[in-house]
Design a protein around this ligand. Structure first.
Ligand code: GLN
Length: 483
């Protein structure tokens, strides 16, 4: 059962080959047996899952089920879930039980999906390797010595190991696409504003966007459709109607104009990773696409720009966790100042503190113009270069990451090297664009991803472009040994 995609599971559930309760039990037992080595879940909600599955089975029996009814899923632990711990990977929220559901959670619940639990993540989604979690690192199922990518590393590892057919994620600078690439699955980061951020714990509000991690583009289309759309509780959510994503998956790619940014294929890219991307471009040529080289000259500025803007917003967002209004409170404070200082000092990990300090610095009087304001200007420059590129091409393609997964601990002592891991993903968030990563090869036995980037609200086209590739390739069907 665990090898089936959502589309296949859905057909089996409707045909009563097995029930949602049986499917849910099966996945819970896999989590029990296999997650010890992965650490992809922070919380498993077995009881709630079985109750939701039983309700889904009744719905199906009454003939009221939709395509997602009875399908199990896991939520990144950044989404608030009513009555269930929502930790954001931090000691700060270790004991936080949310009194309400995030919009993403409630929409998927309404569609009849069954939550198996909450997945591990970098603390407050800050990281590229899932090593900053208070709950310990997540391991990549392809090689337990390597990282699964971050910050949605738990979601990615759980889907790759077939513990859940889909998991939600968030992407502020690459946190859906990058882990999807490193574990060989499909990751979709929608346009900024496509999916509501209500109930999603904020990291950098102008960049954060929820999305999905699945095995196939077809599955991503089904889930994305259910979670997208306007939400009056998120003032940045878009009123644009949600297209039927799975309805256009089969469209022809004849005449599709693909642009490959030359800055993506530079010397920073691993040579075997490059070969995998080039082989994927050949598949698109065979499907009728034309491939040309384009230039995004300011791409190199995206990492420094992001690491001013994101920490600035984070320093503001995280000020609410002070031991009084929200979050962990230290024992026996001597006075109010001691309470603030020790609650934050003990509640946050090193990476989060580093971001808060950087963010506070770049926003401080005297430095605001030199750093924050300048970063905002460069951000616009980057967005403009994408707009210009999309006057000539329909979709941009390139690698998702510079190389396959690295070993745990390899980059933890050097934050800058870690930050450079996101060089190909970050610009997309700065410009608010949608991006998809699909598996396109194995480099020394480890998966690598092909990244597809489109203009705002081009999710339907991107999913179609991803799906057609998956009909011609089998990288998305490869399974890590032992799972
Ligand atoms: N790796 C980036 C960071 O550490 C992006 C994380 C994300 O997308 N949440 O900020």
């Amino acid at each position: 059962m665990h090898k089936k995609t959502i589309a296949e599971l859905s057909r089996s559930l409707q045909a009563r080959e097995f029930s949602s309760v049986e499917l849910t039990r099966h996945l819970l037992s896999r989590i029990d047996a296999l997650d010890g080595g992965l650490n992809s879940f922070i919380t498993v909600t077995a009881e709630g899952a079985l109750a939701a599955a039983a309700a889904a089975d009744e719905r199906i029996a009454r003939g009221e089920g939709g395509p997602l009814t009875g399908i199990p899923l896991a939520h990144k632990d950044i989404f608030c879930t009513e009555g269930v711990r929502t930790s954001c990977g931090s000691r700060m929220l270790d004991n936080f039980v949310s009194p309400y559901d995030a919009t993403v959670v409630s929409r998927l619940k309404d569609a009849g999906m069954v939550m198996l639990g909450k997945t591990n993540m970098d603390e407050f989604a800050m990281g590229s390797s899932n090593e900053t979690s208070f709950y310990g690192p997540v391991h990549n199922p392809w090689d337990l010595k390597t990282v699964p990518g971050g910050s949605s590393g738990g979601s990615a590892a759980a889907v790759a190991a077939r513990l859940a057919p889909v998991a939600t994620g968030t992407d502020t600078g690459g946190s859906i696409r990058q882990p999807a690439a490193l574990v060989g699955i499909t990751g979709v980061k929608p346009t900024y504003g496509r999916v509501s951020r209500y109930g999603m714990i904020a990291f950098a509000s102008s960049l954060d966007q929820a999305g999905v991690l699945t095995r196939t583009a077809e599955d991503a289309a089904l889930v994305l459709e259910a979670m997208s759309g306007f939400d009056p509780r998120d003032s940045t959510s878009s009123p644009a109607p949600v297209p039927c994503y799975h309805g256009s998956l089969q469209e022809s790619l004849e005449g599709l104009r693909v642009g490959v940014p030359e800055e993506f294929m530079d010397e920073g890219l691993d040579s075997e990773n490059r070969a995998a991307v080039e082989a994927a471009l050949d598949v698109y040529r065979a499907l009728g696409a034309t491939v040309s080289t384009v230039s995004l000259p300011s791409l190199a500025l995206s990492v420094p720009t992001y690491y001013v803007v994101a920490p600035a917003e984070a320093s503001s967002n995280l000020s609410r966790f002070d031991g009084v209004r929200f979050g962990y409170r230290c024992d026996d404070p001597a006075d109010l100042l001691d309470l603030y200082q020790r609650s934050r000092g003990e509640g946050f990990g090193d990476e989060v503190k580093r971001r808060i300090m950087t963010g506070t610095y770049v926003l401080s009087a005297g430095y605001y113009d030199a750093y924050y304001l300048k970063a905002q200007k460069v951000r616009e420059l980057i967005a403009r270069e994408f707009r210009q590129a999309f006057q000539h091409v329909d979709v941009l393609m390139g690698p998702t990451t510079p190389a396959p997964a690295f070993e745990l601990g390899a980059k933890t002592t050097d934050p800058i090297t870690m930050y450079l891991n996101d060089i190909y993903t970050i610009a997309v968030n700065l410009a608010g664009l949608p991006g998809v990563s699909i598996p396109c090869g194995l480099v020394q036995g480890l998966p690598v991803g092909l990244q597809l980037i489109g203009p705002h609200f081009s999710e339907a086209r991107l999913l179609n472009v991803a799906h057609r590739y998956q009909q011609e390739s089998d990288w998305h069907q490869r399974l890590p040994v032992g799972y």
